[in-house]
Design a protein around this ligand. Sequence first.
Ligand code: RP5
Length: 164
Amino acid sequence: MAATKIGLVMGSNSDWDIMQSAAEQLEQFGVEFESRVVSAHRTPDLLFDYASTARERGLACIIAGAGGAAHLPGMLAAKTTLPVLGVPVPSRHLKGMDSLLSIVQMPKGVPVATFAIGEAGAANAALYAISLLALNDAALAAKLDDFRAAQTEMALNMTLPPEL
Ligand code: RP5
């Protein structure tokens, strides 16, 4: 049977402000997920264990948010062949450009799908994870269609201030 649960991890609880956008999106679609702090440099043993058991524990993919020298998604991808979706969390000094480049510049052979810096990236990573599950779930695919249709409807109904 296809795995239906998403792993949502982040390097610190300070990432939650951003990563809760992913959690909210998954909740909105009724997708099961587990969330926890897993740090590449503070809890490397946990990281290895988390990634190497992810498939047998029934995860379909892992969304990983990290900031700064954001090696968490890449290290997870090194220890599992499940899809790893990396979210660059904005950092204090470099505004997340460091996180983005750390996550996106994986050497050939160990892929990490990289999303936008910040909340949009977190939400889109969740939507992408949902679209992976929807490959084997027609009801979830229909929910994605409805979600897109609602966005279209909203944009079509947008109004602007009257011209001067
Ligand atoms: C990374 O370091 C985390 O992903 C976080 O974005 C950043 C700062 O962590 P804290 O010092 O706030 O715990 O590991």
